[in-house]
Design a protein around this ligand. Structure first.
Ligand SMILES: [Zn+2]
Length: 105
């Protein structure tokens, strides 16, 4: 089991889903993922409660420029059952991909 450290709140990637992630990574060479697709969907879990993380895209404005930021949040946070904290999705994805790549070679 691998834990992504993101502030105090840590999403988990299960080692059982490791192969799945690797497969996605291979497919990625051939098909370009659209911005809205979340590579880590179904394979990341909340460190606090163990539920699947859900992903959202937020539009943000900074100095008259518009950005789209992706976040990973706990699936039960909206029901008040867990910590409501937004994790930088792209950062987590990059960390996990880097980690997987180490094993792929
Ligand atoms: Zn949770």
């Amino acid at each position: 089991m691998w834990i992504v450290e993101e502030n105090a709140y840590q999403p988990i990637i299960n080692i059982e889903t490791f192969n799945k992630a690797q497969k996605i990574l291979e497919n990625r060479k051939h098909t370009r993922l659209r911005n809205r697709e979340y590579l880590l969907k179904e394979i990341t879990y909340c460190h606090n409660c163990g539920n699947k993380l859900t992903f959202i895209t937020k539009r943000e404005k900074y100095k008259d420029k518009k950005y789209e930021r992706r976040y990973a949040i706990c699936g039960t946070a909206n029901k008040g059952k867990c910590i409501k904290q937004h994790n930088n999705y792209d950062k987590i994805e990059k960390e996990i991909l880097d980690y997987i790549k180490k094993f792929a070679h």
